[in-house]
Design a protein. Sequence first.
Length: 240
Amino acid sequence: MQVEVITCMYNEEYLAPFFLAHYSWADKITILLDTATTDRTGEILCADLGVNIVPLLMLDGMDDGEKSRQISKTYRQSTSDWVIIADADEFIFLGKNDLARVEDIYNVAAVALYNVYRHRTEGDIDPRWPIKEQRRHGVLDSRYIKPSIARGGLEISWGPGHHEIEGTRNQYPTAFLGAHWANADSCFCVRRRIQGRRDRQSLTNYQFGWSTHNQHITEDDVLNECREHEIDPRIERFCV
């Protein structure tokens, strides 16, 4: 069984090591690297021999429609048995053995991605440690139950944000859990959401209402959200 992970990255030098470590079990990791990237993301990715880098050109900044089209195109070109579509801040808890158990059941499987935050009892994050053990507090938003895992060779395309597969009712079994690290720690999420997301919104995103949660946020908004979730309940399903 061959497994490929596909994602897009723009200025992800902080999260890239976590992403590469978490998905290191996959046979192939394909990164659509935004050509506007200005930090060390490319250098970090090039140092990992298991990474395939594909340049991604978005002339008008963050265009979620173009991003999803390129992700879908890359998926359809894949020769792997299974493909995982994950954003740079999405960490799905599975491995080859898990996929083998569902190989004869699903063509597409959804993932419940918990929005996790730094609990007041938790320490700093470190790419050398398992993702699942570092942030265990947060909440599940129904928008983050996403069809992120698909058998290779299907004629399917993901919509903006990869929250649904186009042309379907998106009724897929939720077979796996994961963590959404967009706000996992203020040490990176403020800069990432302000400079990497809000300040790069394309006219297309505004026109179609894509990525609205990042269009008008302020630094205080991000910090306040993190503070409000400092005492979130423990996600017991992470601890099984």
